[in-house]
Design a protein around this ligand. Structure first.
Ligand SMILES: [Zn+2]
Length: 306
């Protein structure tokens, strides 16, 4: 893997180069660093820690935007290297961090179990030590004031974190162009909440925004519009399929996976099912489709209301 660098976003707020936009805030007076999310595994965060050490800092805490495995996989390593590490997450996110099987889209139970075994091998329990408020407000780590912004839609209890430099680390509230181009089905579990979060983001005046999959941005208005267009297209596509022919969730998942040429693997299937379910819920709520159970099978039909 390429060498990871710490890139200055604004002032003391940094982001790690490469695939995962792990944030690092440096507190000059105490020579401590606060990580925002910890990457998918030990090897990534180990490289981040090497850069932090080179600057003469040690890691005091890791703050999680949400509970997905790629955001907290570096915790056992961090905890081992910094035994007094504080691990912050919202209550909702902490349930998912500590119990990966609770993730609503985890279908490949085998993979989740193996991950648990690996953590046990390291014999370090990296559980959440401190809870973040799930509503907007200020919280302090040591004496550093951070602001919490709730950004629901992608994952339960997701929050953004604003550093004293007015840089917002927004987790997966938005995705960068790479993700937008390769993946036409955006990962949002609550579409209404996601749109509310977009609106909130568009009204905020900050120095920069850091996306976990996409890196730093000065403004996010253009990205937000792209997200809204993709979401509308997905919703229209599903509605058209159902209008053409009454369909089950399984049939819709199959058509979507074919359309986007997704590989036949359990994780992708689980993710696709979870996302489509959220679109169907919205279409049903807006009375654009009807859900009927027929002989024990849930079938989505065209709405008779015009
Ligand atoms: Zn995520």
């Amino acid at each position: 893997m390429d060498r990871l660098e710490l890139l200055e976003v604004v002032g003391n707020s940094y982001v790690v180069s490469g695939k995962y936009g792990i944030g690092v805030y440096f507190d000059k007076s105490s020579k401590t660093a606060v990580c925002i999310d910890s990457g998918p595994n030990a090897s990534v965060i180990e490289k981040v820690c090497a850069r932090i050490s080179e600057k003469g800092y040690h890691v005091l805490a890791v703050v999680h935007t949400h509970g997905h495995a790629v955001n907290h996989g570096g915790n056992p390593y961090l905890k081992k290297r910094f035994p007094n590490l504080h691990i912050y997450a919202t209550h909702l996110a902490s349930y998912i961090i500590e119990n990966p099987l609770l993730e609503p889209f985890v279908f490949d139970v085998g993979a989740a179990t193996n991950e648990k075994l690996d953590q046990n091998k390291e014999s370090v329990r990296a559980h959440v030590t401190d809870y973040l408020p799930s509503t907007d407000g200020i919280f302090h780590i040591h004496t550093i004031p951070f602001k919490i912004v709730s950004l629901p839609g992608h994952s339960p209890g997701m929050v953004g974190i604003i550093t004293p430099d007015h840089v917002l680390y927004c987790g997966d509230a938005l995705f960068g162009p790479k993700t937008l181009n390769k993946q036409d089905l955006l990962f949002f579990n609550d579409l209404k909440a996601a749109r509310r979060s977009f609106k909130k983001l568009s009204m905020m005046k900050l120095n920069a925004y850091v996306l976990y999959h996409g890196g730093p941005y000065k403004t996010v208005t253009g990205l937000i519009n792209k997200h809204l267009t993709i979401m509308r297209d997905t919703s229209d596509f599903l509605e058209a399929l159902i209008h053409e022919q009454p369909s089950t969730l399984e049939q819709l998942v199959q058509k979507v996976m074919k359309r986007f040429e997704f590989e036949d693997d359990l994780h992708r299937y689980g993710l696709t099912t979870s996302i489509i379910r959220s679109y169907l819920k919205e279409l049903h709520h807006e009375k654009k489709i009807v859900a009927k159970v027929d002989n024990g099978i849930l079938v989505f039909h065209k709405s008779t209301i015009t």
